[in-house]
Ligand binder design. Sequence first.
Ligand code: PLP
Length: 389
Amino acid sequence: MAYKPGRHFLQLPGPTNVPDRVLRAMDTPTIDHRGPEFPDLTGEVIAGLKGVFGTKSDAFIFPASGSGMWEAALVNTLSPGDAVLAFDQGFFSAGWQNLATKMGLVVHSMPGDWRRALNAGILEEKLAEDTEHAYKAVLAVHNETSTGVTSDIGAVGKALRTTDHPALLMVDAVSSLGSMDFQHDEWHVDVTISGSQKGLMLPPGLGFNAVSEKALKAASDSTLPSAYWDWRAMKSFNDDGFFPYTPATNMLFGLRESLRMLREEGLSNVYARHARLAEATRRAVEAWGFQLYAERANERSDTVSAVLMQGEITADDFRRTVLDRFNMSLGGGLGRLRGQIFRIGHLGDFNELMLAGTLCGIELGFRVMDVPFRDAGIEAALSYLAETQ
Ligand code: PLP
């Protein structure tokens, strides 16, 4: 492939653009993971992660992607044949349920509308009917990356408490952690799942589980096989500053740096930055005359906007042209949304001018492909950014 000058715009909803500071932090010699320097590194990254999860209990780091962390959450806490309740939220919620079925669990999927947030009211009814406490866990996705819809996890935790149901609450925060407010303890989440390649501004390769005391206790009774994912082995090594097997040392150097960056900016400022850039994106999309896939304004994600394609051209042909001509990657439609939507990632190490470039790349794509649009999108986004300085 011929050299393309300038920087590639990686505007997927993950992996996201990795800042130079993180790349430089990783570009150092690997150290002995059983040597004397390691406990300082382990201690700093675990303490930093707990802050981002909003938890005082445990946070574990595995060399894995988000899917591995789905599996770790299940195999540490549940037993073959256990029933779990889940929501039909989109491609990733379906993927997690599929994995749970493969692990030998019995998944009860509550019907949902991919364009809307999950319905905690239906969950409450289901839990109230379950007087025998057959459901051992509830699986929910905080930010469904495939649809650009964010759900209220506080309301899910509340449904469990209102019905006094003992099921564990497991939440996928893969595309929200580090970009949108997440409160593992306050929302009464038992296991939160996340990964390195989105809000944490790292390459793909690290997976995280935040684990409540209740979930850690459940690990003593669980009989699904867990060896590589075993939290208890992880905890006993982490307590001394080490890992039970070779960790992804240079990724941990990167994580230490990205956590320092989030702390320097301040988490509330990080969330406000994401909310503002997301709002500017949504204004551009609507001013262009396009529809956001997420139907309700208050359920729209601050990390990813899914846009329904219009005109004759498929969203995938549009994305291909934008990549070939302008060196920008946009997310595509997944599962049943293939070809119908494109997704704009606006998360991680991202600022106003990067957003302006992203929106200009999309508009250039419309122009060169003769996609019908109103010439007001860029203006709407820039005016909003200027007004909210
Ligand atoms: N959950 C969500 C919400 C995701 O967006 C993704 C990936 O994009 C995953 C889970 C799966 O994570 P991974 O691809 O890191 O295995």
